[in-house]
Design a protein around this ligand. Sequence first.
Ligand code: NAD
Ligand code: MG
Length: 393
Amino acid sequence: MKGITILGSTGSIGVSTLDVISQHPDEFELIALTANKDVANLRRQCLRYRPRYAVMADANSAGILRRYLGVELPEISVLAGIEGLEEVAVANETDYVMAAIVGAAGLMPTLAAAKAGKRVLLANKEALVMSGKIFMDAVKEHGAVLLPIDSEHNAIYQCMPADYRDGLSRAGVSRILLTASGGPFRDYPLDRLPEVTPDEACAHPNWNMGRKISVDSATMMNKGLEVIEACWLFDTGPDRIQVVLHPQSIIHSLVEYVDGSVLAQLGNPDMRTPIAHALAWPGRMASGVKPLDLFQIARLDFTEPDLDRFPCLRLAFAAVETGGTATAVLNAANEVAVEAFLQGQIRFTDIPVVVESALDGVPPSPAEALDSILRADQQARIFAASVIGNLAA
Ligand code: NAD
Ligand code: MG
């Protein structure tokens, strides 16, 4: 039995993880479930899955959950705050940590899991975007096992040679081809983009995801964050990464070798495949995903992304070229801008404006220490909020 803690269990990835685990009850024991403020959902999950711990990041919400579970399931310990998240991430009973909190909030508990030498199933790409070097160093130093859950990175991982960590060139890898669906606005009239609503932006054609990553997919900032994520995971520069628009989302990414071979991983767009891969690795186990029907798919298309339509992708490439804290600034400004868009405060096309202003306004510094990264994150949030204030006025 492996003990598993799910950080962000009430979210889209969290729910898919619970689905896969419940198909293999003899192999996994749930140690902890966590959420931010969603008491009703975490309570329901606790009643159904009976973890040892339940954590609410928000202290008030933890108090409410504790009152319910104190009567219903007193054997579950209810913890609160970032301390509670870190406690369950490093607990002795925890072997595997699914890092599925959205945004910068996931960084500290995910880093704690890496430092405790856990198997980290990484969905929270923002942790690598903010502090890739610190995170990858912690994984190496503490013997953690890092397995990517992001479908593209999981695909790349599956197509990589066993010795890729010795350097991509030595392993014969020439390029990483990162696929992207292009989201709901791939072919949308450009002049109507300023008017799109949050619900339209969240209506992804192929994937059903949380609202923040859905908006990121619509702006293609998600692909930008994934380029940065791939640079850290596979120890490469952005020059070796080609983004490929592939509207069907069947090929989840490809690895090109010097001999002309290109390996791809295909499957139906369902996050339970990468989740099951990372849970069972180096073995395989069933995920509940239906088999791929190539005859029904019939064709696969590929085009180059248009950086005028998707300025966020250009900004992400620029930030990774700048290096240091620039990617943390990109990430933080984007989080604030996406939230403002979801709240109806700014237009969809204002998102890249806010991010670009923050990249121009917050000077980059080396990203060697967590303090400087967290400071840059805070500065970018303040800067982005003031830009949003001006745009909304
Ligand atoms: P979601 O919004 O559906 O769920 C987020 C989870 O994090 C929830 O359980 C929520 O309670 C928790 N959370 C939110 N804010 C928090 C905070 N401040 N403190 C503690 N917990 C908090 O998001 P999602 O779509 O499941 O995405 C989760 C992560 O996985 C993101 O980083 C996303 O980029 C990545 N990811 C998601 C998908 C997908 O298909 N959904 C695919 C690839 C990568
Ligand atoms: Mg992805």
